[in-house]
Write a protein that binds this ligand. Structure first.
Ligand SMILES: [Zn+2]
Length: 392
C-alpha cells in the first residue's frame, strides 16, 4: 500500500514536471500583460481596413498592417516570410513570422488564424483571432523558448482554406526534410456576442480522419484546457475541430488544436460582423489564455525574468560584451554542479562546459566563438538562469 502511494506521488510529481501542467507564476505574469487597449485598438484598426476579400486592396493593406505590427514589436525583417498563392484571377499572401527556439530549433509550435474576410470587415471572423495572435507575438518577442514558434496569418480561408492548404503543400511538405511540427493551434472567431455572458471558450480537438494523430490532438487539447484554467478567467467547452485553417494540417497528419467562441455569433460573413456586435473583453481573455498556452507549448523559461533571477541567486556574468573570457560570479560557493551552454542565434548549442565543484567565480574561455549574440544557459539540478551574452 505504501509503495503504491509513494509511486503515485512520484508519478504525479514527475508528470507535472514533465508536462509542465502546474501553475507557473512567470507564465501568469506574462499572460497578465495582455492589454485590453491593444486588443480593442487592433480590432478597430482591422475593421477600418475594410472588406478583406481575395485579390483586393484591403486584403493587401491588411497584410502590410500585420507586417508593420511585427516590425513594431521588434521582430526582424528576416523573421518575416511571405507565402504567395495565386490563380488566374487573384493573388493572396500568407504572413509567416518565425522565432527560433533554443533547444529544438527545427521543431515548430504554430499559432495561426486567418485575416481574410468576405462580405463584411470580419471584425470577429477573424479580426478577433488576429488580435489575440498579435498580443501573443508581442509578449513572446524577447522571451527564449525551447521550441521554435511560427505565428501565421492565413488568407484564402473564406475561399475554402486555400491559403493554409497552399502553405502545407508547398512549405510544410516542400521543405527537405519535411518541416517538423510539434502542434498547430488555430484561433478562429473568438470575439463572442455583444450583450451575452461570454465566459466560456470552445477548445477543439481532432476527431476526424486520418485518426493516427487524434490521440496526440486529444492530449494537447487537454493541456490547452488546463492552460485556459490556469492563465485566464474563462471556462472551457470541449468540441471537435472543423472548417478552419488547422484542417489542411490535420489532413497532413499534424497534431492540431483550436479555439472557437462558445456563444456563436450570427454576424460572421455579413456586413454586421463589427466590433459593436462582439465582446472585446472576451477577446482579451481569450488572448490571455492563448498566451499562457503558447508559453506552455513552446516551453518558455519557468523562472522569473533574467534580472530578478540574477538578484535571487546572485549569479552574474561579466564582462558583457566580452572577447576571450566570460566570468560567472555565483556570489557564494555553490553546492551543486552546473552546466553552461552557449547557444547561437539559430538555436544551435555551440559550446558546453561542465562546471563541477564550482568556485565562487568561474572562468570560461569563449575565445573560439565568433562575434555575435549568444544565449548563456546555466543550470544545475535545482536551478537555471539564462542571459544574453555578446561576443565582441
Ligand atoms: Zn473564420
Amino acid at each position: 500500500m505504501k509503495k503504491t502511494i509513494r509511486y503515485t506521488l512520484f508519478f504525479l510529481l514527475f508528470s507535472n514536471l514533465f508536462f509542465g501542467q502546474i501553475f507557473v507564476q512567470n507564465y501568469s505574469n506574462i499572460a497578465n500583460q495582455v492589454s485590453q487597449s491593444n486588443i480593442t485598438a487592433n480590432l478597430t484598426e482591422f475593421q477600418n481596413l475594410g472588406v478583406k476579400r481575395r485579390g483586393t486592396q484591403p486584403l493587401e493593406n491588411a497584410y502590410n498592417w500585420l507586417r508593420n505590427k511585427y516590425l513594431g514589436f521588434g521582430y526582424a525583417t528576416s523573421q518575416l516570410q511571405e507565402d504567395t498563392f495565386a490563380n488566374s484571377s487573384f493573388t493572396c499572401k500568407n504572413l509567416i513570422v518565425t522565432k527560433i527556439g533554443t533547444l529544438y530549433p527545427n521543431t515548430y509550435v504554430i499559432i495561426c488564424g486567418h485575416y481574410d474576410s468576405i462580405v463584411g470587415t470580419g471584425t470577429n471572423d477573424n479580426g478577433s483571432g488576429t488580435s489575440a495572435i498579435l498580443e501573443v507575438a508581442r509578449l513572446l518577442q524577447n522571451l527564449p523558448t525551447d521550441y521554435s514558434i511560427k505565428f501565421i496569418h492565413f488568407s484564402g480561408e473564406e475561399d475554402g482554406l486555400i491559403g493554409s492548404q497552399h502553405y502545407v503543400t508547398t512549405v510544410v511538405n516542400g521543405t527537405t526534410p519535411k518541416m517538423n511540427i510539434k502542434l498547430v493551434f488555430n484561433l478562429d472567431q473568438v470575439g463572442g456576442v455583444a450583450g451575452a455572458v461570454n465566459n466560456t471558450i470552445t477548445c477543439e480537438r481532432d476527431l476526424s480522419s486520418p485518426t493516427t494523430n487524434n490521440a496526440a490532438s486529444n492530449t494537447i487539447t487537454n493541456e490547452l484546457i488546463t492552460c485556459v484554467g490556469l492563465y485566464s478567467p474563462l471556462n472551457t467547452y470541449l468540441s471537435n475541430a472543423y472548417s478552419s485553417d488547422y484542417i489542411p494540417f490535420e489532413n497532413n497528419n499534424e497534431v492540431i488544436t483550436g479555439f472557437y467562441e462558445k456563444n456563436e455569433s450570427t454576424h460572421p460573413h455579413s456586413s454586421t460582423d463589427l466590433l459593436i456586435n462582439m465582446d472585446p473583453v472576451f477577446n482579451y481573455n481569450v488572448a490571455k489564455a492563448a498566451t499562457g498556452a503558447m508559453l506552455h507549448f513552446a516551453v518558455a523559461q519557468t523562472t522569473l525574468g533574467l534580472n530578478s533571477i540574477q538578484e535571487d541567486y546572485k549569479i552574474s556574468f561579466y564582462p558583457n560584451p566580452t572577447k576571450e573570457y566570460l566570468f560567472i560570479n555565483f556570489c557564494i560557493t555553490p553546492e551543486d554542479n552546473y552546466t553552461l551552454q552557449l547557444i547561437d542565434i539559430n538555436g544551435k548549442i555551440v559550446q558546453t562546459e561542465q562546471i563541477s565543484n564550482p568556485k565562487q567565480v568561474e572562468t570560461v574561455n569563449v575565445s573560439k566563438l565568433s562575434k555575435g549574440i549568444y544565449l548563456a544557459n546555466l543550470f544545475s539540478e535545482k536551478s537555471s538562469t539564462r542571459t544574453k551574452i555578446i561576443i565582441d
